[in-house]
Design a protein around this ligand. Structure first.
Ligand code: FES
Length: 125
């Protein structure tokens, strides 16, 4: 799992499939629903990994920054909001989804996800 990006996977919820990401925080691995808190239909990881800058995930749409270890937005249009956390467990060298609200479906995102259609990045790196 890259330290400077996110690992994307698909989960099943009561409402159908959704996307989630793993990110390597200072104290271990954290899991979040792959939705920006500014506009929840926008994915932070668009399929090739979310950018990470100084311990924070960056939403490329409008530059919101979320702490890797808490999911709290420290800068941007949704400052103070928090990414939806997914409980994971790291043991024996593996990462396991242990959240009753989510079931692992597959690595990678939802195929032909309409969420990002028509959205463009306003942030350059
Ligand atoms: S949609 Fe993520 S910062 Fe606006």
């Amino acid at each position: 799992m890259p330290a400077d990006s996110t690992f994307l996977f698909t989960v099943e919820t009561d409402d159908g499939e959704d996307e989630a990401v793993l990110t390597r925080a200072e104290d271990g691995v954290e899991g979040y629903v792959n939705r920006c808190m500014h506009f929840t239909h926008i994915r932070i990881d668009k399929g090739s990994g979310a950018p990470v800058r100084n311990g924070e995930l960056v939403c490329a749409n409008h530059g919101a920054m979320f702490e890797q270890d808490t999911g709290v937005c420290t800068f941007g249009p949704c400052e103070g909001a928090q990414l939806d956390r997914i409980d994971i467990d790291v043991r024996d060298g593996g990462v396991y989804l242990v959240d009753d609200d989510y079931a692992f479906v597959r690595t990678g995102g939802i195929e032909s996800d309409p969420a990002d259609l028509g959205s463009t990045s306003n942030v350059e790196f």
